[in-house]
Design a protein around this ligand. Structure first.
Ligand code: ADE
Ligand code: ZN
Length: 329
């Protein structure tokens, strides 16, 4: 067993549907008599080749998640997985697009089911969870605005931020400014995927046009020294997902991953898993690999956890409590 399994961890970048265990999706499909396309390999894991196909398989798996009850059960399964790696705080991306196509009434029912599951998980294991509502970039700016409106309406105790995932090559960040303004007006702090399949310009444009305070991935910022200085000066936190980047081929090998260079340059980095079963990873494995490849230990993991507390979108009292747990109190 890994020496890092019991270490308390914070995770800021986890997609609710992307964390669905393949067996969970299969059993729902069987129960509903839905025939899924060839999205699993012989071992029963998700199977895809490259980023575009990953998004396609992800959306096919979502086809079985059709009711608030499904999302309740999914949330329980995901949080139980996270708690088993001693994740004490997680921010989960939840997308109104996948929950009733951003219909206002349907979304309220889905979100009630999701938050009920989060409350039950907290009562069971102590795990704190908050939701960052997301739009899907390749669904286009109009749908993004609808998703942002739903998140704005749900802003509060559980819905603490807004962001965007999906195909980074689709349109430019500025095209989504209206969705981000709508969420910001409701007081939601912002993040977006950038600098994963897009280069450093994609990060710069997101900072300039979307008002984001964090960046999902952001690793390709390493290609622009001026941008690195800006991230360090403005203390823009990167939600780094090294195992995801290796699995999707952003970097060929762990040794090529820039997380250690970004940290050395003073950029606040955090560690997450993105879509763990798709990438054959979990938080413990990320820690194991960071130790093995970059020699990270207690000092570095304490630092990334503190970075995550600072950048988390939750309230100050929750942050105080998280620091208490991290300090072993
Ligand atoms: N949605 C789920 N995982 C994603 C990723 N790694 N990049 C962009 N969108 C995503
Ligand atoms: Zn992601």
């Amino acid at each position: 067993m890994s020496k890092w399994r019991d270490t308390p961890k914070l995770e800021l970048h986890l997609h609710l549907e992307g964390a669905a265990p393949p067996a969970f999706i299969r059993s729902l499909a069987d129960r509903k008599r839905i025939t899924l396309g060839p999205i699993f390999d012989d071992q029963g894991n998700y199977s895809y080749s490259g980023f575009a196909d990953f998004l396609n398989v992800y959306e096919q798996a979502c086809e079985v998640l059709k009711t608030p009850r499904d999302y309740h059960d999914l949330t329980r399964a995901v949080l139980s997985q996270s708690a088993s790696h001693n994740v004490i705080y997680t921010e989960i991306f939840a997308s109104p697009d996948f929950c009733g196509n951003s219909d206002p009434v349907a979304w309220q029912e889905y979100f009630a089911a999701i938050t009920e599951a989060a409350a039950a998980a907290r009562a069971e294991s102590g795990i704190e969870c908050r939701f960052v509502g997301t739009c899907v970039r390749h669904f286009g700016p109009e749908k993004a605005v609808k998703a942002a409106q739903r998140c704005a309406e749900s802003a509060g105790e559980w819905m603490v931020g807004f962001g965007m995932g999906g195909a980074e090559g689709f349109m430019r960040p500025a095209d989504f400014a209206r969705a981000f303004s709508c969420a910001a007006e409701a007081g939601l702090p912002l993040t977006t995927h950038a600098g994963e399949f897009g280069g450093a310009d994609s990060v710069t444009e997101s900072l300039d046009h979307l008002g984001v305070r964090r960046i999902g991935h952001g690793v390709r910022s390493i290609e622009d020294a001026g941008l690195i200085r800006r991230l360090a000066e403005e203390q823009i936190t990167l939600e780094v997902n090294p195992g995801s980047n290796i699995a999707l081929g952003v970097y060929g090998e762990w040794a090529d991953h820039p997380i250690a260079q970004l940290r050395a340059a003073g950029v606040p980095v955090t560690v997450s898993t993105d879509d763990p079963p798709y990438f054959h990873t979990d938080m413990t494995r990320e820690y194991d690999m960071l130790e093995q490849v970059f020699g990270w230990g207690e000092a570095e993991f304490s630092e990334v956890n503190e970075n995550a507390v600072v950048a988390a979108f939750c309230d100050a009292a929750t942050k105080t409590n998280l620091r208490r747990i991290l300090n072993g109190a």
